[in-house]
Ligand binder design. Structure first.
Ligand code: ADP
Ligand code: MG
Length: 350
């Protein structure tokens, strides 16, 4: 599958955050860390395994080139740091530990996610069981909801940027790569061409305003990939991929979804819709019956349950499901204990 990133337009620098709290140390990296193997790489970054000599703690060092295509990109790197700092309280986002500057790079020393990318679970011979997938999607939605509450949009959510704290059994998710993230409202309307062809939302291709709903499209793509092992819009070339995205040409055939529950299909169908305003928010997604088993696992006074209650959409999805889903064993057996309370507070705006 393609890992190419679309060329960004000149407007890319608009709305960058410039304030950071983390000091950028010029002390040589090698004197503080033992840097070993490569964990991953993108177009302008290499991520390496590193151990802090003083503590023995393991981190991931993201080496970001300061000059790219002959242009000084320091502002973009500072922005990525600023976004990570804004998301510091978000347990689903990788933590920024420290930063160093070398001749060519600024190095972000990040919390290490030892389980690798959830991408590996999308292309593996053996896909994860749906119970695991709903857990990962739930956690992703928690992270995305938290970002959106801070008016941050990630804009590059894809299976390569959702990591796991451990591999086997799969740990908790950590969202990484905030290079394309933006703060909404910072510079009026946000319209940029960015992202990765297979994962970009139609509004990005159409140069229409970017909103929090743009990230929810990506959550739909990620869910699709986890349950089917296929990338829903990938064509044989970039043009074909873009056409598939703009026509929302998705394969929901029995063949692709032979071992996938109806609720999973319903969840994905509601996210992969062309009009951003018709997509549910992250909080609304967390009320979808496909994810009810995840709600049941939470204590009634957890922060996430408060989110769900606040959004009070527990009575929204079932009404939209139709008879088929209401009759499914899932509907009755998995109904969360607190559903009555959620429904009672419903504002019916979905
Ligand atoms: P880019 O902006 O170049 O895409 P990313 O931040 O996505 O850079 O990092 C590239 C890859 O490096 C990721 O897809 C992942 O495989 C690996 N990686 C990034 N951050 C971490 C981390 N904190 N822990 C472990 N691996 C990481
Ligand atoms: Mg990346």
């Amino acid at each position: 599958m393609s890992r190419r990133r679309l060329d960004s337009r000149s407007g890319l620098s608009a709305g960058l955050l410039g304030e950071i709290q983390t000091p950028v140390s010029t002390e040589p990296m090698e004197s503080v860390y033992e840097i070993t193997g490569e964990l991953g790489r993108g177009k302008f970054a290499v991520v390496k395994h590193c151990v802090e000599k003083a503590t023995g703690k393991v981190f991931a060092a993201k080496f970001l080139r300061k000059r790219r295509r002959g242009r000084d990109c320091r502002a973009e790197i500072i922005h990525e740091m600023a976004v990570l700092e804004m998301a510091r309280n978000n347990a689903r986002v990788v933590n920024l530990h420290a930063a160093h500057e070398t001749d060519h790079d600024i190095v972000l020393v990040l919390e290490y996610a030892a389980g690798g990318e959830i991408f590996d679970h999308c292309v593996s011979e053996e896909l994860l069981p749906e119970a695991q997938i709903t857990r990962l999607i739930w956690q992703t939605l928690e992270g995305v909801h938290h970002l959106h509450q801070s008016n941050l949009v990630h804009l590059d959510l894809k299976p390569q940027n959702i990591l796991l704290t451990s591999l086997s059994p799969p740990g908790d998710i950590k969202i990484v790569d905030f290079g394309l993230a933006r703060r909404l409202g910072a510079v009026g309307e946000l319209r940029e061409i960015l992202g990765t062809p297979e994962y970009v939302a139609p509004e990005i291709l159409n140069y229409e305003p970017i909103t929090t709903a743009t990230d929810l499209w990506s959550v739909g793509v990620i869910a699709y990939m986890l349950v089917t092992g296929e990338s829903p819009f990938a064509g044989d070339n970039k043009q074909e991929t873009f056409l598939n995205v703009s026509q929302v040409s998705v394969d929901y055939s029995r063949e692709a979804f032979s071992r996938v529950s109806e609720l999973a299909v319903d969840f994905i169908r509601k996210l992969l819709v062309k009009a951003p305003e018709d997509r549910p928010s992250a909080a609304e997604c967390m009320c979808h019956p496909w994810l009810w088993p995840q709600q049941i696992c939470l204590s009634p006074d957890s922060a996430t349950i408060r989110i769900v209650r606040e959004r009070s959409c527990g009575n929204k999805w079932p009404h939209r499901e139709g008879k088929e889903n209401r009759d499914s064993p899932h509907y009755h057996a998995k109904r969360p204990r607190f559903d009555g309370e959620v429904a009672a507070a419903g504002d019916g705006d979905f």
